[in-house]
Write a protein that binds this ligand. Structure first.
Ligand SMILES: CC(C)(COP(=O)(O)OP(=O)(O)OC[C@H]1O[C@@H](n2cnc3c(N)ncnc32)[C@H](O)[C@@H]1OP(=O)(O)O)[C@@H](O)C(=O)NCCC(=O)NCCS
Length: 195
């Protein structure tokens, strides 16, 4: 079963997810040859970019990730999108679902979503077209207008964020409460016989 929730930029699952991508996926996602060092640097810079991140989790494994980076293009504000789905989980609708989650963010923050993709990428134009966006194959750019915010878009984004809060609480509970309980008690010193 897949679960979708917001992620914090320092979540180690993100690096794990990117490092598992094939060279071809890395080329599509980062638009060039991307070695492990570049990915490590990219993740370290994530906090600075103030990206909004939504992940698709299958149990503890991050199988999909969408990153929306709000930025200014002239007078216009827009959200630049980067998206990846694990190779063994593609064509099951995860890409569409992640973009739907990004659309809630776009609605609530009034930013259109812009996808810069490589011309040989067949899935991004398909997803954007399916969700009612515009695709310009010549410039290899696809765009989804910001929908009107509704009570639903506000609730759905809040639910994604609640998932992050719950995961943080669970992590704290495991680390601070359960882990010390599981640690073996320190060995009692053996009394030495008085001579
Ligand atoms: C792009 C990506 C995120 C899509 O994820 P996904 O989970 O496979 O996406 P979905 O399953 O929701 O949709 C894929 C669509 O592409 C279609 N598709 C797959 N192969 C295709 C092909 N050869 N030609 C045309 N369409 C194709 C699928 O049929 C599906 O469309 P449909 O639901 O209308 O039938 C994933 O392929 C990926 O991570 N690629 C590498 C990184 C990348 O390219 N990122 C984009 C840079 S911004």
């Amino acid at each position: 079963m897949f679960a979708y929730r917001s992620l914090s930029a320092d979540d180690p699952k993100i690096l794990e997810h990117f490092l598992a991508l094939t060279p071809e996926d890395r080329r599509c996602r980062f638009h060039g040859l991307t070695n492990d060092e570049r990915i490590i640097h990219y993740c370290a810079e994530m906090m600075r970019r103030e990206a909004h991140l939504v992940g698709c989790l299958e149990g503890e494994r991050l199988v999909g990730l969408i990153e929306i980076v709000p930025c200014n293009e002239g007078a216009e504000r827009r959200g630049e999108v980067g998206i990846t789905v694990a190779p063994d989980r593609r064509d099951r609708g995860i890409g569409h679902a992640l973009v739907q989650h990004a659309l809630d963010f776009a609605a609530n923050h009034g930013v259109p979503l812009v996808f810069g993709y490589l011309p040989d990428n067949v899935r991004i134009p398909r997803i954007v077209h399916d969700l009612g966006g515009k695709v310009n194959r010549l410039s290899a750019q696809a765009e989804l207008a910001a929908p009107t915010p509704t009570a639903f878009s506000l609730c759905l984004e809040a639910i994604d964020d609640l998932g992050l809060f719950a995961a943080d609480m669970l992590g704290f509970w495991r680390k601070a409460i359960l882990a010390p309980l599981a640690e073996p008690a320190p060995a009692k010193p053996t009394p030495t016989k008085a001579t």
